[in-house]
Design a protein around this ligand. Structure first.
Ligand code: BG6
Length: 513
């Protein structure tokens, strides 16, 4: 595929990068894992790129017994271990000056008064006009108390009343439709919807954003992007790791809630949505929600025939023996939490009528690989496609979300020689060879967008509730089935046989990732 360099005058900039506004970012759970691995390294990389606002500070708020100095050491450790670019000590010195820490419990009104005093000290020093972003990097059970305390402490300005207040909430938003509604109602009592940024970090991934450009920036795909030309779509998110240290959370969640309700349905929305007429946050989100509304509900018996769930058993990870899920630390020995799920779903609208979308995700699969693959219909069985025993390979457009980010298109070519021999080739575009630079982490883009007040890549309340509405009927059917065990797949393999049957009974097969 011919590749256009970023320096090339053909590069087209569409719109401006929204400008991050001066603010203080307060991280609830600032000494936790998400801050250590993702948020602080993301902020450091934004600082390296010079895109953070000049008037900016970070205030970690949590129960650990840290002070500013220890918090800076904690942040240094996180950046040194997890930043996509090596730490540069000179830049670090500049960056760390804006890092602060307040110790406190989230249910303690006095701690929130302490937080407020600290903000009032820091803001004038950094020339910050009182704009505040509260990032709730805390377990979902703490969202309510944090929101109530923020309100009680007078730390929330309503939209349009003085300096801005924004709140970021991490998934999971609820555990079911009812609990998601409760979380949303709790937030809505104190914040306007425009102040709420619900993170789905998959939407911050470059490759996911790029899918919109591929679809709507090229005239050759969109005319074919419908049931007339597309045979089916596969969306796969494979993970190598097992449950690790997150059993407490994962036991209550499982793959359907953890990955499908949010990340995979979002990928489906971006793949299946109608062309939005603007990149305005509400326009894009309205179009995505339409897809969720058109998802054919899976209820009762459909769940048995369209959804496969399974659990990893003992097996191997890079040649090393690893335990099955039920033997992992913190997991109940008779757990029925699924670590793998595969689904066949339909988007019942004019564009997608009859086109199956096969979705799958699992932990402890042979490798980490995520892709969206659009398989086109075969050519007619005439001319080059006459032999039913050796059908021509259909065209496939595959977007590799991670790793090895890129895009490939499989097309039939003639092998040189006197006979007509047809060979499928893969035209391949790779981000790293074309654009060189390492791709920014999803959290970099998302944090910057919150500072700029751009909610395009965030979940709106109705979107979260629409996706839970669809997921809930599957959860209900599972709960009613009363299953005491799930099919097992050995750790380090591509999931259970049942998942192969799900797609093979339609005379199709899972792609090799
Ligand atoms: C999180 C899930 O949202 O996404 C994890 O809770 C999962 O279980 C992770 O491992 C995957 O994210 P990524 O960016 O590594 O694909």
């Amino acid at each position: 595929m011919s590749q256009t360099s970023t320096q090339n005058p053909l590069t087209v900039d569409v719109g401006e990068v929204a400008t991050a506004q001066p603010c203080t970012l307060v991280i609830f759970g600032g000494s936790g894992d998400l801050s250590h691995r993702k948020l602080l390294p993301a902020l450091y990389n934004l600082a390296l790129d010079g895109v953070l606002p000049t008037n900016f500070a970070v205030l970690g708020f949590a129960m650990d017994d840290y002070d500013d100095e220890r918090y800076r050491a904690f942040a240094h450790d996180g950046v040194a271990k997890f930043s996509r670019r090596p730490i540069d000590e000179q830049h670090w010195l500049d960056f760390q000056r804006a890092l602060f820490y307040v110790r406190g419990r989230f249910d303690d009104g006095a701690a929130f008064q302490g937080l407020k005093r600290r903000l009032e000290e820091i803001e004038p020093k950094f020339g910050i006009p009182g704009n505040r972003i509260f990032y709730l990097a805390v377990p979902p059970s703490l969202i309510r108390v944090c929101v109530q305390q923020l309100h009680a402490a007078g730390l929330v300005n309503r939209e349009g009343e003085g300096p801005f207040t924004r709140i970021i909430v991490e998934k999971p938003i609820g555990h079911s439709l009812a609990s998601a509604r409760e979380v949303n109602a709790t937030l809505a009592r104190v914040f306007d919807e425009r102040q709420i940024f619900r993170i789905d970090h998959y939407l911050g991934k470059e490759t996911v954003q790029s899918l919109m450009v591929v679809r709507f920036g090229n005239s050759i795909f969109e005319p074919l992007w419908n049931q007339k030309y597309i045979d089916h779509v596969q969306i796969s998110v494979a993970e190598e790791e097992g449950v690790g240290t997150r059993a407490r959370y994962y036991e209550e969640a499982g793959a359907l809630r953890d990955m499908v309700q949010n990340h995979i349905l979002q990928l489906l929305c971006v793949t299946a949505m109608e062309p939005p007429w603007s990149m305005n946050a509400d326009v894009v989100r309205d179009h995505k929600i339409e897809v969720l509304r058109c998802l054919r509900p899976l209820t009762g018996k459909d769940v048995e025939t369209h959804v496969v769930r399974a659990q990893y058993g003992p097996g191997y990870h890079h040649g090393v023996a690893v335990p099955g899920y039920r033997r992992e630390e913190g997991v109940k020995p008779d757990s029925t939490t699924e670590t793998y799920v595969a689904l066949k779903v339909f988007v019942d609208n004019w564009r997608w009528a009859g086109v199956p979308f096969y979705l799958r995700t699992g932990k402890r699969l042979p490798k980490r690989a995520s892709e969206i693959a659009v398989q086109f219909k075969p050519v007619p069985e005439i001319l080059f496609n006459l032999n039913p025993d050796a059908p021509l390979q259909p065209n496939v457009l595959a977007l590799r979300i991670q790793p090895d980010e890129g895009l490939s298109l499989r097309i039939a070519t003639k092998r040189p020689g006197p006979k007509v021999r047809i060979w499928p080739v893969r035209m391949d575009f790779r981000y790293d060879t074309t654009y060189g630079d390492q791709t920014p982490e999803a959290y970099e883009r998302l944090l910057l967008d919150v500072m700029a007040g751009d909610a395009t890549l965030f979940m709106r309340r109705d979107g979260v509730e629409a996706s839970w509405t669809w997921i809930d009927t599957i959860l209900d059917a599972w709960a009613r089935s009363g299953a005491r065990w799930l099919p097992e797949y050995p750790a380090g393999t591509w999931g259970p046989l049942e998942a192969d049957r799900l797609i093979e009974s339609d005379h199709r097969e899972w792609r090799t990732l």
